[in-house]
Ligand binder design. Structure first.
Ligand SMILES: [Zn+2]
Length: 348
């Protein structure tokens, strides 16, 4: 058994038969091969082999491909980098926010040049292309997105191939639909909606048309240069329940993240706070190098507020913070805090 990470509430348990485990190993093995990992690569998993599916799930797949496995699991970024350097790690798996911490730490310690990293497989959180660029640049590797959830098996539902235009769904194991979260009706290709997944091979825990709560779209792609014929989905835009309504407008943290990640003065850590009367603030950390230049900070604050208004139709009050101010976590990072005691716009 495994459990979900409990993104929205109490974790959900997931159960596996022997054949389910075998199928799951095959799926994470396919993920690793799709991004370009091969026999002889040295694979470090930053996820522990506990109840989180990203732990054992990827270790089983990596062994099947013939990678050498370093099952370090949960440890400080400094310790992860030490293992990566000492054992010549070439591929790692992490949640994106932790990969960003690795990138920051590598830059701070100046050790990126001593690493042999070439690939990272990241997922289980909503992240963006801009965050990917930051991670790739700091660690000198290619990072790929993958999608899954504990109730389906864990990672192994969909993965980016080396073409990097969307994620292939492993359609021989999962039937995927996209529906309007309000009506449950299917929406068209290239239209955003909630992913609904029916596992086709699960034995111990069959599900029918499972509402994932994840927002994405089916892409209008007939064929892919990688040769795979499975349909593709977009990156996950957010969760149905991540979206908060502020002054009647739906706000997804990913819209804010794209803007924060595009600023070289920001280190990628931010927190959105919604207060009473729908007051909206963005707390965002800046890089060490930007802290002392008050002119630069003033300009940055103005730019952020302007771009946020344009992208979200909402007015933000931006607070710039020194690096390391916001809480860090090794699991999933909370990007939005809703402190409103009275929420007239919220739909439940
Ligand atoms: Zn492809």
């Amino acid at each position: 058994m495994h459990t979900s990470s409990g993104t929205t509430s109490k974790p959900v348990a997931s159960f596996y038969s022997a054949r389910d485990l075998e199928n799951w190993s095959n799926l994470t093995a396919r993920n690793l091969v799709a991004i370009g990992a091969r026999k002889g690569d040295i694979f470090l998993n930053t996820s522990s082999q506990g109840v989180f599916t990203g732990g054992l799930g990827y270790i089983q797949g990596a062994q099947m491909v013939g990678l050498m496995v370093v099952p370090l699991g949960s440890a400080s970024p400094e310790k992860q980098l030490e293992y990566m350097r000492d054992f010549g790690v070439t591929v790692f798996h992490a949640v994106p926010s932790f990969a960003l911490r690795l990138a920051e730490t590598a830059r701070r310690l100046g050790v990126a040049g001593e690493l042999k990293l070439r690939l990272a497989i990241l997922g289980a959180e909503t992240w963006t292309e801009a965050m990917r660029s930051k991670i790739e640049e700091a660690l000198g590797l290619e990072a790929f997105n993958n999608y899954g959830f504990a109730e389906a098996c864990g990672p192994g539902v969909a993965v980016e191939c080396r073409v990097r235009e969307g994620l292939h769904v492993w359609e021989d194991h999962f039937l995927l639909e996209v529906v309007d979260p309000k009506t449950g009706e299917q929406v068209g290709v290239e239209e955003e909606g909630e992913l609904v997944v029916t596992p086709l091979t699960r034995e111990a825990m069959p599900l029918l048309r499972y509402r994932t709560g994840d927002i994405a779209k089916l892409l209008d792609v007939k064929s892919c240069d990688c040769g795979r014929t499975h349909r593709k989905i977009s990156w996950i835009k957010g969760r149905v329940d991540d979206m908060v309504k502020v002054r009647g407008v739906g706000l997804y943290p990913s819209a804010v993240e794209r803007i924060v990640a595009s600023k070289k003065e920001c280190n990628g850590h931010y927190l959105i706070v919604v207060r009473n009367l729908d007051e909206l603030s963005l707390q965002v950390e800046v890089e060490d190098s930007a802290v002392k230049d008050s002119e630069q900070l003033k300009r940055l604050k103005e730019q952020l507020e302007k771009e946020l208004k344009k992208a979200t139709m909402l007015r933000f009050n931006v607070n710039l913070l020194p690096p390391g101010t916001l809480p860090r976590s090794t699991g999933k990072t909370k990007r939005i805090i809703d402190e409103r005691t009275w929420q007239p716009h919220r739909e439940t």
